[in-house]
Ligand binder design. Structure first.
Ligand code: PHE
Length: 357
C-alpha cells in the first residue's frame, strides 16, 4: 500500500495548481476516476486483512472526501475567475463614438408620444399614468359601463386569470380612460391631464393590432363646454401636423362615459403606398371625445352640479401614420431594422414646440 500522506500532499498540490476547469477535471479523473490513484487503492483494499480494512479503509474514505471537497472549492474559484476575466475583457467603452452601422433610432410611436406630450404640456396639461392591468371597475363600471351593458362587447377584452378584491377577473386595459377615473379619485379639480400609454384589445387585422397606444385627455373645471373641447382639439391638430387648415370632421357618436360624444376624423388621401393628410377624399378616425358623463363624475366622487369637463382618447398609431406617411399599421410592430432606419428618429431630436414638433 502506498504511503497515504505522500498521495495526499501530491493530490492537494495538483488540485490547487490546476489553472483551468479542464485541467482540474483531468486531476479529478487521475485521482478519483475509474483508474484513478485513489480508486486503485480502494480496489486493492479487497485483498487486505480485516484489521487493515478497518484502519486503512477509514483513512482512504476520509482522504477521498477531503479531495472531493478540495476539488469543489478549486472549481468554484476557477469559475469565479473565469467570469471575472470575461467581465474584464467584454466591457463596452461607452465613451467611444457610436458606429453608424449600430446606431439605433427612436421608434415613430415614441416620437409621436413625445410630440403629443410636448404640445399638451404647452397647453398647461400634466401627464398622468395608470396600470396596464386594470380592475373591471376602473376599466368599465366606473366609466358608466355596467355589467351586461352591450358596450362591453364593443371592447374585445383580454381577461386575466387574476381576480380583483371583488372576485372579478382583472383585464388588460382596453383604453386609457381608466386613468380618468384614477385621476379624478386622487386629484382635486381643476384637472388638466393627458395619459399616454399602451392599450390592448383581442383584435388583429389590417387596421387593428392587439396592442396599440392611446393618449387620453381629461379637463375638469367649472363652466367647461363642448366649444372648449373643439378648440383644444383643433389647436392640437394644427400644432401636431404643422398646418393651419387640417381637414377635421366631428361625427356624433356614442361612448357610455361621455354625453354628448363625437368621433373625430382627419381628411387624408391614400395614394401610391403613401398616406397624405389633406385634400380629404378619405377620412381616418383618430380620436373619440365628449363631455364627461355626470354618472362618471358621481362614481369618482365629484358633484356634477359643480364640476363639468371633457375627455378625449386618441389613437397614437393612426396619428403617426398620418403625420409620417406610414401606410401599414402592422409595420410598427415588425421590428424590421430597415423600416426602423427609414421611419425612426435621431435620438437627440427631442420634440419641442419652439422648433416645431
Ligand atoms: N376610450 C375611448 C376609446 O377607446 C375613446 C374616448 C376617450 C372617447 C375619452 C371619449 C372620451 O374608444
Amino acid at each position: 500500500m502506498t504511503n497515504l500522506a505522500t498521495l495526499q500532499s501530491q493530490a492537494i498540490t495538483d488540485i490547487e495548481s490546476a489553472d483551468s476547469l479542464k485541467s482540474l477535471d483531468d486531476v479529478r479523473v487521475a485521482l478519483l476516476g475509474k483508474k484513478g490513484k485513489l480508486t486503485e487503492q480502494l480496489k486493492a483494499l479487497g485483498q487486505a486483512s480485516v484489521e487493515e480494512k478497518k484502519t486503512f479503509g477509514k483513512a482512504l474514505n476520509e482522504l477521498k472526501e477531503q479531495l472531493q471537497s478540495a476539488i469543489e472549492t478549486r472549481q468554484a474559484a476557477l469559475e469565479r475567475s473565469e467570469i471575472d476575466l470575461r467581465l474584464r475583457t467584454e466591457t463596452v467603452d461607452i465613451t467611444l463614438p457610436v458606429r453608424e452601422e449600430v446606431r439605433g433610432t427612436i421608434h415613430p410611436i415614441t416620437q409621436v408620444l413625445e410630440e403629443i406630450t410636448a404640445i399638451f404640456a404647452d397647453f398647461g396639461f400634466s401627464v398622468a399614468e395608470g396600470p396596464d392591468i386594470e380592475t373591471d371597475w376602473h376599466n368599465f363600471t366606473a366609466l358608466n359601463i355596467p355589467e351586461s351593458h352591450p358596450a362591453r362587447q364593443m371592447h374585445d377584452t383580454f381577461y386575466l386569470e387574476a381576480k380583483d378584491e371583488h372576485g372579478n377577473p382583472m383585464v388588460l386595459r382596453t383604453h386609457t380612460s381608466p386613468v380618468q377615473v384614477r385621476t379624478m379619485m386622487t386629484q382635486k379639480p381643476p384637472i388638466r391631464i393627458i395619459a399616454p400609454g399602451c392599450t390592448f384589445r383581442c383584435d388583429s387585422d389590417m387596421t387593428h393590432t392587439p396592442m396599440f397606444h392611446q393618449v387620453e385627455g381629461l379637463v375638469i373645471d367649472k363652466n367647461i363646454h363642448f366649444g372648449n373641447l373643439k378648440g383644444i382639439l383643433r389647436q392640437f391638430c394644427e400644432a401636431f401636423f404643422g398646418v393651419a387648415d387640417v381637414p377635421m370632421r366631428f361625427r356624433p357618436s356614442f361612448f357610455p362615459f361621455t354625453e354628448p360624444s363625437a368621433e373625430v376624423d382627419i381628411g387624408c388621401k391614400k395614394s401610391k403606398g403613401e398616406l397624405v393628410i389633406g385634400q380629404g377624399s378619405d377620412w381616418l378616425e383618430v380620436l373619440g371625445c365628449g363631455m364627461v358623463h355626470p354618472n362618471v363624475l358621481i362614481n369618482c366622487g365629484l358633484d356634477p352640479e359643480e364640476w363639468q369637463g371633457f375627455a378625449f382618447g386618441m389613437g397614437v398609431e393612426r396619428l403617426a401614420m398620418l403625420k409620417y406617411n406610414i401606410p401599414d399599421l402592422r409595420t410598427f410592430f415588425d421590428s424590421d431594422v430597415r423600416w426602423l432606419k427609414h421611419y425612426g428618429f435621431a435620438a437627440l431630436d427631442i420634440p419641442n414646440l419652439a422648433r416645431g414638433v
